[in-house]
Design a protein around this ligand. Sequence first.
Ligand code: UDP
Length: 241
Amino acid sequence: TAPRASFKRIILKLSGESMSHAGERGIGVPEVMHIAGQVKLAHQAGCQIGLVVGGGNILRGSQFKGAGAGIQEATAHYMGMLATVINALALQDALESIGCQTRAMTAIKMDGVAEPYIRRRAKRHLEKGRIVILAAGTGSPFVTTDTAAAQRAMELEAEILMKATKVDGVYSDDPERNPHAMLYSELTYNAVREQNLRVMDSTAIAHCMEHKMPILVFNFRKDGNVLRAVRGEKVGTLISS
Ligand code: UDP
């Protein structure tokens, strides 16, 4: 029989990019179905999964930084949080269409769309084997869903925060620009901070460091990677103290 998950509960951060066709914006149905299929495999291995979804495929608040009088940056961040809700609904249906039980919860109350995020309720859903989709980030502007993912990982007592990206892990430089960029298999939080490596935003790293929450960064485009990660197999870059 297939090896079981070695992690009992994880938070998986999915960037908005994982929902769209490479180089495009918006939602690509095949991409959403692919990521849903990957998550299902990991869930079937016996891992409780909370998904924190990004919204960058639709809108990022920082796009409007200094845009002038038209749209305030704070407003744009709320727009970004709403973008994550759009992704969450797509992902929820995709997961349910392949037989997963899910609950979507939003950090900004949105009756008629999804449940409000309540920590104790989210934990109950996880314990009952539902895949919990956590949308609208933290509910506050000027941060990103990385910070939301770090916060949820801590408060929902996940063993690890996993961040699925389009590259294999953390590199010494941008691997899409520099072919000589080196992939790290392990890093300390301090190394990430000191070398200013682009892993997650600095608030997220600081939170994880302070609470000793390990972070695994890996490639979601490779089939089976989410499953490998929850089984504790060597994949991506592991960040810990
Ligand atoms: N956002 C926010 N507060 C949060 C989470 C997200 O204001 O707690 C906004 C922010 O503007 C961000 C956008 O929502 O840029 C979309 O999220 P993110 O950039 O993290 O998406 P990703 O890069 O993961 O696709």
